[in-house]
Write a protein that binds this ligand. Sequence first.
Ligand code: IPM
Ligand code: MN
Length: 355
Amino acid sequence: MSKKYKIAVIGGDGTGPEVVKEGLKVLEAVSDKYKIDYETVDYDFGGQRYLKTGEVLPNSAIEELKSFDAIYLGAIGHPDVKPGILEKGILLRLRFELDQYINLRPVVLYDQKYCPLDLGQNQKIDFTVVRENTEGLYCGAGGFLRKDTTDEVAIQESINSYKGVERCIRYAFEYAKNKSKDKKVTLCGKTNVLTYAFSLWQRVFDKVAKDYPELKTDYAHVDATCMWMVKNPEWFDVIVTDNMFGDIITDLGAMIQGGMGIAAGGNINPKGVSMFEPIGGSAPKYTGKGLINPLAAICAVSMLLNQIGQEQAAKAVEDSVKKVVQEKLQSLGAGRMGYSTSEVGDLVVKNIIDN
Ligand code: IPM
Ligand code: MN
């Protein structure tokens, strides 16, 4: 008998549940076609639940979620909840406690007409950012001195461990070796100023690179990376970087691939449970209007399928999204697609069935 996958679904806040609904519709269609057996279990973590019960994430949830094959997440962030509570209490806590040490963010432009850049004929945007996902400035190390006085000092420390850096860089090299187009890994850092943190990154990068003599390597400071992403995005193949820089450059990456409506990411624990999400926020102003673009959430389903070893189904979803983007949509932005949220989901499903 074939395996029955268990998928935890956290719709979350704002437009999260709407886009997840479309993603699940696509998952159902593709699973039907490729005979994938799965069940989903819904979790109501998010702003609503917090406002009602005062609980962000029950401790038992972490252990429970470890028993799943994957987690599918919509969005976290509620306008009535102070910034940081849900982000740290749900999203970051899950990333840390499930040790999802890679944040994998592909930046692929399916059609030049959605790119805000004036790309030349041969310029293609197709690269992947491997963002470290459990350390750096995100650890919460630091504190205040003399808080709420004019002598206040706020310290926020970047934590970089040899083990944390090594496993992230090694993942990037493995990814480039097996999956990337140009077999090239670029370290994105700031070795000219952050001479402790990125000295470690650079030394580990050089050491790991020795195990992959067939791969090309490169280095770019983070500011220059932003410049090159706009000027010559085709230069990049796999970019590996720390948590904060990865957060920033992947928003820029999302824009050059057509916007938040299409950008997906995976929080990966290669030996544990991984979590897939559209990388945009909960977009509260669009909630319930059927205007939000579900393609990022649908691309997250494709990444999820890849991670659980259903590569064919993953590719079918990606190909279908590509076709919808190239042949149907007017824009990838909310309210400007020429179709409603659920109609876009239907278009993706139709391609999967027809192909
Ligand atoms: C992201 C988001 C999160 C991050 C926030 C919501 C905590 O911006 O997934 O990129 O900073 O990692
Ligand atoms: Mn971000």
